[in-house]
Design a protein around this ligand. Structure first.
Ligand SMILES: Cc1cc2nc3c(=O)[nH]c(=O)nc-3n(C[C@H](O)[C@H](O)[C@H](O)COP(=O)(O)OP(=O)(O)OC[C@H]3O[C@@H](n4cnc5c(N)ncnc54)[C@H](O)[C@@H]3O)c2cc1C
Length: 274
């Protein structure tokens, strides 16, 4: 928020107090302090929950730490951070038995089940125009198989918030900062969206070349291959450069845009095509 003694360099209107909008406000509040006036607009009367949990990926941990929210978030978390996707062997048979009775139990609970549509946003060619930027689900709502939508929204918010908060970003060059955000985040988020879709096909035994639910005599072996592929894809994503690395790259591009490189910045001429 703006202090009475210094005028903010600009105002930012955040439309939507979902996890993306809130993390954006926190990131700007933390790094710009009184330099940016932040207004959050939310169409609902109150901030509510949808009744589902959100798993925070280990690559998002670093953002949570950078924002000084680690203790707060993991204080209410049901699982320690970075606890991975594996299931202890001792639990496997318990879970297997639960799954066997799952369908009947669910059918008993839902006499008149209705559909819960999951909307995705097809890949957009851009996420910014002039002084407006899209982030999170508004920009790249994805299928839920990876459990990554909120994590990606947090990553968007971190990079965008730090760019807007940066002392080199002013009202005059804010469109350049937003273009840098687009260059750093859009394809990375869309890549995760595609991976999430691929995982869905694998979970539903519908991935070309992998186990398809038909017992062809080597079901165990085929299921093992499918499991390894799923784990490999999920691990691959965790290994990808996260938002803090993305932010450092974004900062170099911002410095380069105002001629503050000192020979250390990457040379990316395509950046300033706006
Ligand atoms: C069942 C389920 C499970 C999920 N599990 C996970 C998980 O484990 N891990 C994970 O990372 N992701 C998960 N996701 C995805 C995750 O919930 C979303 O990707 C994430 O909430 C997106 O955040 P967002 O802030 O971009 O959008 P939203 O959370 O949709 O927030 C947008 C906000 O904008 C408000 N709004 C809309 N229009 C306007 C307007 N015109 N003016 C003002 N306000 C407006 C809305 O009311 C809303 O509060 C799950 C999703 C579902 C459905």
């Amino acid at each position: 928020m703006a202090s009475s003694s210094t005028a903010p360099k600009f105002r930012v209107a955040i439309c939507g107090a979902g996890i993306g909008g809130l993390v954006l406000a926190i990131a700007m509040g933390r790094f710009a302090q009184h330099d940016v006036q932040i207004d959050v607009y939310e169409s609902r009367d109150a901030i509510t929950t949808a009744g589902v949990g959100i798993s925070i990926a280990s690559r998002t941990d670093e953002i949570v730490q950078e924002l000084g929210m680690y203790e707060e978030i993991f204080g209410i978390s049901t699982k320690p951070p970075s606890s991975g996707f594996g299931l202890p062997k001792s639990l496997s048979s318990t879970v297997f038995n639960l799954i066997r009775t799952f369908r009947a139990t669910i059918q008993e609970c839902c006499e008149n089940p209705t559909r819960w549509a999951l909307h995705v946003v097809n890949e957009l060619p851009l996420s910014t125009c002039d002084r407006v930027a899209l982030m999170g689900d508004a920009c790249h709502a994805m299928q839920s198989h990876m459990g990554a939508g909120a994590n990606v929204a947090i990553e968007d918010a971190f990079v965008l918030g730090r760019l807007l908060a940066h002392p080199l970003t002013t009202l005059d060059n804010v469109h350049v900062a937003l273009k840098i955000y687009q260059d750093i985040r859009l394809s990375a988020a869309q890549f995760i969206g595609r991976k999430s879709e691929d995982l869905g096909y694998m979970y539903e035994f519908d991935a070309p070349g992998y186990y398809d639910g038909t017992d062809r005599g080597n079901e165990g072996e085929e299921l093992e291959l499918l499991k390894e592929k799923i784990l490999e894809d999920r691990r691959g994503l965790e290994g990808q450069g996260g938002a803090v690395a993305g932010w450092l790259k974004a900062e170099r591009k911002l410095q380069e845009s105002v001629g503050l490189c000192n020979g250390r910045c990457e040379n990316d001429a395509s950046l300033f095509s706006l």
